[in-house]
Design a protein around this ligand. Sequence first.
Ligand code: G3P
Length: 219
Amino acid sequence: MKFFIDTANLAQIKEAQDLGVLDGVTTNPSLMAKEGITGHENVINHYKAICEIADGDVSAEVIATDFENMVKEGEVLAALNPKIVVKVPMIREGIKAIKYFSSKGIKTNCTLVFSAGQALLAAKAGATYVSPFIGRLDDISTDGLALIEDIRLIYDNYGYETQILAASVRHPMHIIECAKLGSDVITGPLSAIVALMKHPLTDIGLAQFLADHAKAAEK
Ligand code: G3P
């Protein structure tokens, strides 16, 4: 299972990369804005900076919503670095753009996916990744994890190679449940990834080991 970090914050990307378990980065226009990154040149430079820090795939989202401009933007983004995955929204023009990018060998991430039907279309268009937003579904009292289960079943029925990238992950249990359901990738905040390592019995056990070792050394 791949772990992506969902942020445009360079310090957090570096921290996750240094931890040794990071497989990639996802960003979106809201995350870029949160870091104060505005204007075409700054955004482009920020993607380059992310690619320098992270080893794996880096999703960079197009802003255009029409086919022609999505293609123009996506081709510029893809040319920045081989790690770049062009992130395209699940809309009619987006499906056409994903099909185009797929025919050109450009990696894509179909974003803003909230139903199994949308995920099926993304796979048919040849998306590299599909991003169901599980946290946002949970936010409106709909089972986000049930969507991961449905997409896994559908993709396995037909052998689609599109990778399920569970997005809008909010906490460690989302990651564990996604792993049980066979999601290929999760993307979430560093806090959710780091929380996986915490267990009180680990802390208590280590404190005991160290205390016993110190006592033995005194003898
Ligand atoms: O990058 C897309 C997705 O992960 C957004 O998450 O927490 O804003 O719903 P969130």
